[in-house]
Structures are given as structure tokens and as C-alpha cells.
Design a protein around this ligand. Structure first.
Ligand SMILES: Nc1nc2c(ncn2[C@@H]2O[C@H](COP(=O)(O)OP(=O)(O)OP(=O)(O)O)[C@@H](O)[C@H]2O)c(=O)[nH]1
Ligand SMILES: [Zn+2]
Length: 377
């Protein structure tokens, strides 16, 4: 057990750097930053900016931000800017000037498309052109990683590190927020799990180093590692997998894939926690609201400020490799999944179609995926 004679002793050791290894590294600080933004706590970017997620902004924090002086702006994706008819001069992101009298309601109405149709005249919104968008790009990446609406207030500040320390805020490098590296995935535990499709079931849990969601692999039988394994990359769908939603085909696909693996006596179903094609359940429900206003699944994602598909299929390839597989027969109708597995070093010897669960409610959804996302009918 550690025991320190005095506070003075602790301070001395800190000053000499002896305890530096306890400080969170950049990856850990990024995980904190995501949690902070979800709670409405500001995050500071090295290089000089304070960031507040639009979705969790409060009137008090907006007022406090104003008190800091300077010129805050709103970071949006170019997808969202397009809907607002605001030019995006920075490629994938747009910087919108925050009017001096902008209220919390204004920020939310620009960031959230929920009432776009009811109140279409939101503007005019003015896009900033001069200057650099690096901080805004990092802010968008952080809000997306936090599964919030991709919109954030960004205030440039001098002496960012000092400000973060004084206010006890998480400080992260902007470059780390946009780093697209795949976090190492660690096998945590695996245990026998008899299933109705096969009594020889096993569930493996994989935990990424970066504090993001865990992912699961359901192994059926004991597939031969030297042969292509029948596999499926299934993305979490709370509504379809658990509730039996008729809006998509996820539940029947999940059960159909497991049934096929059970029938063949071997297979691996990867259950990736990338709900809503990677935008999170809250945002997926926002997309569903927009779909009830008449937009299709792709348009709804775009209006929210997301790409059609924000998933990271490298995770699936990595888990298969960690489990000892190099080749697969992939159960999917999505050619993008095949391409991604191949580019990540998993040979797809066969695409096995998985067409189950079409009904009157999801007919349009499936047709849109075929038409706009290249799914094979
Ligand atoms: N954003 C969004 N996500 C949705 C919607 N409907 C279903 N999803 C999500 O889409 C994902 C389902 O995709 P998958 O079935 O794994 O993959 P796919 O791209 O359809 O390809 P397949 O392998 O052919 O099924 C799940 O994460 C669902 O939560 C929607 O309308 N909007
Ligand atoms: Zn679904």
C-alpha cells in the first residue's frame, strides 16, 4: 500500500515527474472529451479553441462563452450546410458565423433538422471563408465520435493549455480528434453460449483501447481456421434486433444468419456496436422522425449532417483476424462490406446473399438502399 508522509511529499514527486505515468494519454483524453461533450462540458483543443457540442449546449454556457469575448462560430458538416443553403468553403465542413444575438434556440434550430420543414426560413446563415477550419473539423469529429448531432460551437482562444488547466477542462490535440487510426481491439473474455440454432455457441467480447464501445463475436461450432469461414458483419439495431421493428430487415437478418451458421455447423457472426449505421440510436431516431416527414433513409442522414454510412468495417476485419481467420464467405447484400473486408486483408471467396424480412413497411427502405447505396436486390 502506498502511504505518503505529507502533501509536500506528493507535490515534490509530481514536480519531479515521478507520477507522470498516471496522467491520461491522448487516446484517454479523447475518451474523456467525448464524455464531456455528451454532458455539455466544454473541451479545449490544443492549437487554440474551446468546443461545445450544440446538442448539449445550455443558455448559461453560451452566455459564459460570450463573456470570453472573441468570435465564436458554429461548426457544421457540409451535408447540414447544404440543407441550410449555406456555402461550405472548407470541403467536408462549414463554419457558420454566430450572430451577436444568437440564442440557444437559434443554435439548436441550425444544428437540428427536426423543425426544418415547420420553420424553413432559418437564415440567412453566413458561412465564414477566411481562416482555417482545422478546429472546426476536429470539433465535428468529436461530436460524431460522441454520437451527438454533428454540430459544435467553436471559439478560438489564445493560451488554450492554460485555459484548460484553469477551468479544469479536457485538453486534446485537434489532430488527434481527426486521426482515423483503428484502435487496437483486445479479446476480454469468451464463454460457451448454447443457442437455439446451435448448442455449440460461444460469445467473445472485444474491447477497444480507446474507450469506445465493445464489439462481440458469436462463434458457432469450431470453424476450421485454414478455410473460409461463413461470417456476417451485423451492425447493432436495437429497434430491429430486439424490438422486432418492421422499418428495417435487421432482426430477420440476424436470426437468418445465425440459423444458416447453425445449419452448416460453423460460422462467426460479428455483432458490431455501430447502431444506426454508426450514428447512434438517438440520431437514428432523429432520422426516423425525418423519414416520417417524407425523407428516405439516405436523405435523413444527410439532413442530420451525416454521411449515408458512418460505420467502420475495419473493426469486423480486425476481429476476424484476431480470431485466426483470413478468408470468409460473407453473408451480405452490401458490396461495400465485401470491398472493405478485402482492403483490410480478409479474402472474401464468396458473397452469400441474405434476403429475409422484407415487408410492407421496409419495402421503400430496402429499395433506397439498392438504389442509393448499391445494395444488391
Ligand atoms: N441511420 C440509419 N440507420 C439505420 C436505418 N435503418 C437501419 N439502420 C441501421 O443500419 C444498420 C443495418 O445495416 P446492416 O444490415 O448491418 O448492413 P447493410 O448495409 O444493410 O448490409 P447487409 O449486410 O446487406 O445487411 C444497423 O446499424 C441499423 O441500426 C435508418 O433508417 N437510418
Ligand atoms: Zn435495423
Amino acid at each position: 500500500m502506498f502511504h505518503f508522509a505529507s502533501e509536500q511529499g506528493i507535490r515534490l514527486k509530481q514536480n519531479t515527474g515521478v507520477y507522470m505515468e498516471f496522467s491520461p494519454n491522448i487516446t484517454e483524453r479523447l475518451a474523456r472529451a467525448r464524455a464531456d461533450l455528451r454532458m455539455g462540458v466544454p473541451v479545449v483543443l490544443e492549437g487554440g479553441a474551446v468546443v461545445l457540442a450544440a446538442e448539449t449546449l445550455t443558455a448559461e454556457r453560451l452566455a459564459a462563452l460570450r463573456n470570453l469575448g472573441g468570435e465564436p462560430s458554429l461548426a457544421l458538416t457540409s451535408r447540414r450546410a447544404q440543407t441550410l443553403k449555406a456555402p461550405a468553403y472548407d470541403g467536408d465542413v462549414a463554419r457558420i458565423a454566430l450572430p451577436a444575438d444568437a440564442s440557444l434556440a437559434w443554435v439548436l434550430s441550425i444544428s437540428d433538422p427536426a423543425d426544418d420543414l415547420r420553420a424553413p426560413m432559418k437564415g440567412p446563415v453566413q458561412s465564414l471563408r477566411a481562416g482555417d477550419a482545422a478546429m472546426h473539423r476536429a470539433a465535428i469529429a468529436l461530436t460524431k465520435a460522441a454520437r451527438l448531432l454533428p454540430a459544435a460551437i467553436v471559439l478560438p482562444i489564445a493560451q488554450a493549455a492554460e485555459f484548460a488547466r484553469a477551468q479544469n477542462l479536457t485538453l486534446v490535440p485537434a489532430s488527434a480528434a481527426i486521426d482515423d487510426g483503428l484502435s487496437p481491439l483486445n479479446p476480454i473474455v469468451s464463454a460457451r453460449l448454447p443457442l437455439s440454432v446451435s448448442e455449440a455457441g460461444r460469445l467473445h467480447i472485444f474491447r477497444p483501447d480507446d474507450g469506445a464501445e465493445e464489439h462481440y463475436a458469436v462463434e458457432i461450432g469450431r470453424p476450421d481456421r485454414s478455410k473460409p469461414v461463413l461470417s456476417r458483419l451485423h451492425s447493432a439495431c436495437f429497434t430491429g434486433d430486439l424490438l422486432g421493428s418492421l422499418k428495417c430487415d435487421c432482426g430477420p437478418q440476424l436470426r437468418g444468419a445465425l440459423a444458416q451458421m447453425g445449419a452448416e455447423g460453423a460460422g462467426v457472426l460479428l455483432y458490431l456496436n455501430q447502431e444506426g449505421r454508426g450514428i447512434g440510436l438517438a440520431n437514428k431516431m432523429r432520422a426516423y422522425s425525418l423519414q416520417d416527414q417524407g425523407f428516405d433513409t439516405v436523405e435523413a442522414n444527410h439532413r442530420l449532417g451525416f454521411e449515408d454510412d458512418e460505420r467502420d468495417f475495419r473493426i469486423g476485419a480486425e476481429i476476424l483476424k484476431r480470431m485466426g481467420f483470413g478468408a470468409t464467405r460473407l453473408l451480405t447484400n452490401n458490396p461495400a462490406k465485401v470491398a472493405k473486408m478485402e482492403s483490410c486483408g480478409i479474402t472474401v471467396v464468396e458473397r452469400v446473399p441474405l434476403k429475409v424480412g422484407e415487408n410492407a413497411h421496409n419495402h421503400g427502405y430496402l429499395a433506397t438502399k439498392a438504389e442509393k447505396s448499391g445494395h444488391l436486390l
